[in-house]
Write a protein that binds this ligand. Structure first.
Ligand SMILES: O=C[C@H](O)COP(=O)(O)O
Length: 244
């Protein structure tokens, strides 16, 4: 499978950041891995002009309608973007999104021909209680629609306690979780589950990327803070290319 590195700019970025993105696009054109930047809706069409693969950070489940302030998957596709994230923990927490809504948003993304990155992850309390795998399996069961295929869907495992904190699980912990996620995907989706990309996310940086990308069943990363500056993101992209 082709590996994937996706940056998630969250609520960051203005037009002043576009020249740097163009530089990143030129440095990594023809990359052996998929490089995607998921950015704010206000920038997507101009981000797409850089030649990078671009994604939305969220979408509404409906195609259009009276939903003030929301963005549909079709609108995201109309900017030239080809990816969208669903189920990010900041959406689950800050906007009370549940797995059923995330499944609906994922189907909306597919209907707009977007590749969907579905995020799952346990909280610190769930991690400390030893409930990580139960939580992740339940999130996968309920937020990944039955029609998921490797071509349309990527799963991103992001421990909530590792996001933006500088903390990460140990390599052994990441490997164990990804092995369990792979088995769960294979049980449900067969060969499609074997091929579906599994990303790790949560405080990925240049300094830990080599160790994370060397792990089995880690097919790339979803990167937040370290994707905002080309000087931080570029070495992480290179690390994934070298592991591929
Ligand atoms: O979507 C990205 C994740 O929330 C990870 O963010 P982070 O790399 O800043 O920890």
């Amino acid at each position: 499978m082709r590996k994937l590195i996706a940056g998630n700019w969250k609520m960051n970025g203005t037009s002043a950041d576009l020249p740097e993105l163009a530089q990143l696009a030129s440095t990594h054109s023809g990359s052996s891995v998929d490089v995607v930047i998921c950015g704010p809706a206000t920038l997507l069409s101009r981000m797409a002009d850089t030649g990078l693969k671009i994604g939305g950070e969220d979408c509404h489940p409906a195609n259009s309608g009276a939903y003030t302030g929301d963005i549909s998957a079709a609108m995201i596709a109309d900017t030239g973007a080809t990816y969208v994230i669903t189920g990010h923990s900041e959406r689950r927490t800050d906007h009370a999104e549940d797995d059923a809504l995330i499944a609906s948003k994922t189907e909306a993304g597919w209907n707009a021909n977007l590749h969907v990155i579905i995020c799952i992850g346990e909280t610190e309390a769930q991690y400390r209680a030893g409930d990580t795998l139960d939580i992740l399996r339940a999130q996968m069961d309920q937020s990944i629609p039955d029609a998921a295929t490797a071509a349309t869907t990527t799963i991103a495992y992001e421990p909530v306690w590792a996001i933006g904190t500088g903390l990460t699980p140990t390599p052994d912990e990441i490997a164990a979780v990804h092995a369990a996620l792979r088995e769960h995907l294979k049980t449900r989706f067969g060969s499609e589950g074997a091929q579906m990309r599994l990303l790790y996310g949560g405080s990925v940086k240049a300094s830990n990327a080599d160790d994370i990308f060397a792990l089995p069943n880690v097919d790339g990363a979803l990167v937040g803070g370290a994707s905002l500056k080309a000087t931080d993101f570029s070495p992480i992209i290179t690390a994934l290319q070298q592991s591929a």
